[in-house]
Design a protein around this ligand. Sequence first.
Ligand SMILES: Cc1cc2nc3c(=O)[nH]c(=O)nc-3n(C[C@H](O)[C@H](O)[C@H](O)COP(=O)(O)OP(=O)(O)OC[C@H]3O[C@@H](n4cnc5c(N)ncnc54)[C@H](O)[C@@H]3O)c2cc1C
Length: 383
Amino acid sequence: MPENSTLRIAIIGGGLGGLTLARMLQLHGIHPVIYEREPSASSRPQGGTLDLHVESGQHALQQAGLFSQFLDVARCEAEDFRLLDKNGAVYMDEVTSPDDTAHPEIDRGALRDLLLNSLQPGTIRWGHRLQTIISLGGGQHKLYFENGHTDIADLVVGADGAWSRVRPLVSDAIPTYAGVTMLEICIKDVDHKHPSISRLIGRGSMFALSENKGLLAQRNGEGNILIYPTFRVPEDWLHVCGIPFDQPNLARSGLLKLFAGWNHELTDLIRHCDDNTFLTRPLYTLPIDHSWSTRSGVTLLGDAAHLMTPFAGKGANLAMLDAVELVHAIRQSNDLIRAISSYEQAMYERAAAAAKETADSLAVCIAPDAPHRVIETITRLRQ
Ligand SMILES: Cc1cc2nc3c(=O)[nH]c(=O)nc-3n(C[C@H](O)[C@H](O)[C@H](O)COP(=O)(O)OP(=O)(O)OC[C@H]3O[C@@H](n4cnc5c(N)ncnc54)[C@H](O)[C@@H]3O)c2cc1C
């Protein structure tokens, strides 16, 4: 593909995958447009912290010329990890040594800002939710947005996450429930307000796992802690459990009942959580071996292509790596459909391996006998 190509590329979705793709294309003289459904960069909180892996997330930032800026805001000590059971018994307590800089963590919002600020002005069109997409033949597609805008592209990249509207063009796959539902709650300014919780979580993450449940907590920047109460429950649990998650006091007491008998220090994470909305996150996955026949002028990356649960910390890392690999493939070939095909073949392989690891990790973490088989799995994941 020649530099300064006039190829018209539309990226659907301005998550970490779509943003990395736009940055990479611009570095190589190609000027895509990103269509993002959210109204602005600040319209919703971006969630927790991410461990960027050397061979994927960190590699992508290096390729995108953003690695040193990343290191300026990353936290190396946040790799610390504690594993407990419901009684507070400690099974693992890992402290990152000061010279270990291999696993820096970054708040998702900070990473998103880093990528957004690296893009040329006007790259991202906020408030554009893709409604439908139709093939015009010859690899071109026409895009229809809910706000009435339309566009025609030579290459459409579906970076629009779990419920992708681009995916049906290439695949019939629909995400299925993974058997586990997470909630997300938060404690801000924990060091001052709740020093004992601050000590419990330490500088990184703490997982307390037992009886098909978990209290997963992670330190984010600015003294905030995000907590994920997690349950192996049926898909309709959020609707039938009787807990009103939009009413903080009732939600707190409902959750505390579900953790009855757990160590008091652990349940303090719920008792003292802030009054902000209790976010609900039922977890869905695409099939581990999800693939499709290459189609001219359209492909997928990130969660749109290989949705998996967060239990191996792979999804964002893979989305960013997909973006880098797609741009390499486009640059290495004069034939767009061949480039798409070669990108997809390699992506299927790495995504399937990651999805398998993730499924294995979920199976041992939210399990009746947890945390007994977790250490072995964590050790394997980190190799
Ligand atoms: C609780 C939790 C913790 C996680 N922790 C980790 C972790 O530690 N490490 C890790 O690597 N991964 C983690 N993940 C997974 C990670 O969040 C995802 O894999 C990653 O965000 C995927 O990036 P993406 O760009 O493919 O999709 P997304 O981040 O979902 O971005 C998709 C974008 O598309 C937009 N969009 C959707 N539909 C449309 C439409 N119709 N039109 C226009 N725009 C649209 C959305 O608004 C969004 O901005 C975690 C996930 C969860 C839920």
